[in-house]
Each structure stands twice: as C-alpha cells, then as structure tokens.
Write a protein that binds this ligand. Structure first.
Ligand SMILES: *Cc1c(COP(=O)(O)O)cnc(C)c1O
Length: 385
C-alpha cells in the first residue's frame, strides 16, 4: 500500500505564477485591470474565438451567457441531468425552466433525447462536455438550427478539447470554462466565457459587472471617470488581476498539462484493460479529449461492492477518488420544484451508480497510476461475484 495519500486532483502552481501574483499585489491594481485584459486576449486566441470575457466561475459564465441571450421567465433550457447542479441553478435564477435530458454511452447529452424534449417554449440547449470529451456538436447544432435554439456549452472540463479540428470555445453562441482548482488550469476560483458575437460579448461583460455602461478597469485608471449608467440589473462576476496573474501563466502551460493528462489516461487505459470488472471510459474519437477526468464504471453485475464502499476502500489504501456527477434530477430541490424523480433518466442513473473518477493531474507519476490500478485489482479480487 502507498505511504502517502494520492489526492483525486492537485493543481500545479510554479514560481512564475507566484512571482506574477506578487507583482500584481505590488502594482496596486487588485481588482479587474490590465492583466484581466491580457488574459482575455490570450484566452480567445487559444480557443480561436473573437471574444473572451473573464468571470468569477464557469457558473457565472453560463449565467451571463443565458441572460445576455435573453433567456427569461417561461423559457425552457435543455441540459443533461448528468451535470454539476449550478448548471440548472442559473436557468432557475433567470426564471426559466431547466428541462433535463439523458446521456449516451460517452456520458454526454443524448441528441435523440434532446429532440424528444423540445417544446414550443424551448429556447436553448446547454451541452456539457463530460471529462473533457466533446459532445456531438454537429448533431446538436443541427437540432438547434432546425428549432431556432441557442447552443451554450459548459466547457468546465474541456479547455483544449477539440471537436474535429475545431477547438471548443469557437463553435457555439457562447462557451463557458472553469478555473476551479480541479480543472486543467486554475485561478483558485474563476472562469471565462467566449463568443464570436460582439454584441453578446458586450452584454455579457456588462451583465457581469452590475449592468453598468463602462468597463471597471477604465473606471479607476487615469482616463477613468466616476460617471456610469446602469443599463440592466446585472451581477458582480468580474475576475480580479490577482486571479488573472495566476491564469496567464497557467494558460501558457495548458498544452503541457494536457499532454501529461493524456499520457496518464493512456496508462490507465492499458492497465485497466486487464481488469474486466471495471469499464473504461467510452471514447468517441471526435477530436481531442482533454482528460479532465478518468471516470471508470464498476461492472455491478460481477461485483458485490457498491460504489461508495469502493471509494472508501480506495481511501483506506491512501487513494482519493470522486464522483462526477450526482444527477441533478436526484437532488431534493429539483425533485420538489420540478417533479423529477428516480426512474426518469435510466442511462444517467445506471452510470451514476457505477462511476468513480480516479486520480488524474499533471504532476502524477506513472507509478501513481500503477498504485491506483493495483488497489483496484485488490478490491475487485475481494468482491468478485
Ligand atoms: C468544475 C466543477 C466545479 C466548478 O465549476 P465553476 O462553475 O467554475 O465553479 C464545481 N464542482 C464540480 C464537481 C466541477 O466539476
């Protein structure tokens, strides 16, 4: 057994991030300033979008994207139940109704189920790229086009993901990314929302800063003015220069981090091929997988152990693991408010009962993967039916 605990996730913060943050602290610009502007520029270039707006989280990015697209009371937004709860919360915050859909074998929203759930009130589809694997974006775009719907992407897991040759962030009306510490690059908390639509970018930017008429960083600078006008009741979702200074260096390392993740995923794929009680992630080969997560499924027909006990046994062997995601339709709030219940989404539920996200982060060594797979082999041998 391992002597030290292997966490499920760990950020890589190096001296250049730290030096840049110290520089920011000494600069006197602690809120939104020139470094946020630089980060937005570099980010939009990285994903190939015309505009990038820095925000305080991926959740905030999704919220301003939906708000700026005009989603409001009575509207319906289709999204997978197999997503982080805040993706439905932002729909609720706008007075709209989240309409949950089931998933396919790649853990992404099932386009056929999207079609079944479209009503005259449907306004948007939220595509979630689980683990960093792209959804079938051509199919989703075709559905959206024929029903005049917006497509918004939750790319919290999908920085660097490609669909065919196109990088996620350049495909749909708006795409939101997360810089939460578990993600490919981090600012502690933070996010970015990209779009090619100049008008939408403008509205998202204002929406994220109280709905006022000018940029925050112009307000406090030499050319800044005390005067502003309020255009709508916006939110406070701006990113600070302290966060951006970290992200500038993280973004420059994104390709290095992605390659490390891919190498580790390949090691898991090879080693777990010899453990038939564990199903490896289904890969759809539609472009490039960002390998934010390596999510296995337990073959519960051939194992007498439940998933939560499996995670406890991994922990007892000094290995961290997690579950992505607890389906939204199983959460009490969504059941009470919208009438969802267990049984509504059979594919999502079967997956939820069996999934375990294994440790995966750039600083992991091949030996760490071996430790995880050894531990899994031991548990499987004890609990095989
Ligand atoms: C990505 C992620 C988050 C963070 O997303 P934000 O909206 O940026 O906060 C939180 N929880 C889970 C499980 C996630 O995968």
């Amino acid at each position: 057994m391992r002597e030290t605990f292997l966490p499920f996730s760990q950020s890589t913060i190096e001296d250049d991030e730290i030096a840049e943050m110290v520089d920011t602290l000494k600069s006197g610009c602690l809120t939104t300033g020139p470094k946020v502007g630089r980060l937005e520029n570099e980010f939009r270039r990285y994903v190939g979008a015309r505009h990038a707006v820095a925000v305080s989280s991926c959740t905030a990015g999704l919220h301003v994207a939906l708000a700026a697209a005009g989603i409001g009371p009575g509207d319906e937004v289709i999204l997978p139940s197999f997503a982080f709860c805040s993706r439905a919360h932002v729909v609720v915050h706008l007075g709209a109704n989240p309409v949950l859909a089931d998933i396919g074998p790649d853990l992404n929203i099932d386009p056929d189920d999207i079609r079944r759930r479209i009503t005259p009130r449907t306004r948007a589809i939220m595509a979630v790229h689980h683990s960093g694997q792209p959804c079938d974006m051509d199919e989703i775009a075709a559905i959206a086009e024929s029903h005049h719907l917006f497509v918004i992407e939750d790319a919290a897991h999908a920085l660097g993901t490609r669909y065919g040759r196109r990088t996620i962030g350049s495909l749909s009306l708006a795409t939101a990314f997360s810089f939460h510490p578990t993600k490919t690059i981090t600012t502690g908390e933070g996010g970015m929302v990209t779009t090619d639509d100049t008008d939408l970018a403008d509205r998202m930017r204002r929406m994220g800063l109280h709905g006022i008429s000018q940029d925050a960083w112009n307000r406090y600078g030499a050319e800044g003015s005390w005067f502003y006008e309020v255009i709508f009741a916006g939110y406070q979702y701006n990113m600070t220069d302290v966060q951006a200074s970290m992200a500038l260096h993280q973004l420059a390392k994104a390709e290095r981090f992605l390659e490390a993740r891919e190498r580790l995923a390949r090691l898991y794929r090879e080693a777990l091929a010899l453990v038939p009680e564990v199903k490896r992630p289904v890969e759809n080969f539609w472009g490039r997988h960002a390998w934010h997560l390596y999510t296995i499924q337990l073959d519960l027909e051939h194992l007498a152990i439940e998933r939560s006990r499996f995670i406890e046994e991994l922990r007892a062997q000094n290995i961290g693991a997690s579950v992505h995601f607890i389906p939204i339709h199983l959460q009490p709030y969504y059941q009470n408010r919208f009438g969802y219940s267990r049984g509504d989404y059979p594919a999502t539920e079967a997956v939820y009962d069996a999934i375990v996200s294994l440790p995966l982060f750039p600083a992991m060594a091949p030996d760490d993967v071996e430790d995880v797979v050894d531990a899994i082999r031991g548990i499987v041998a004890r609990w095989r039916k």
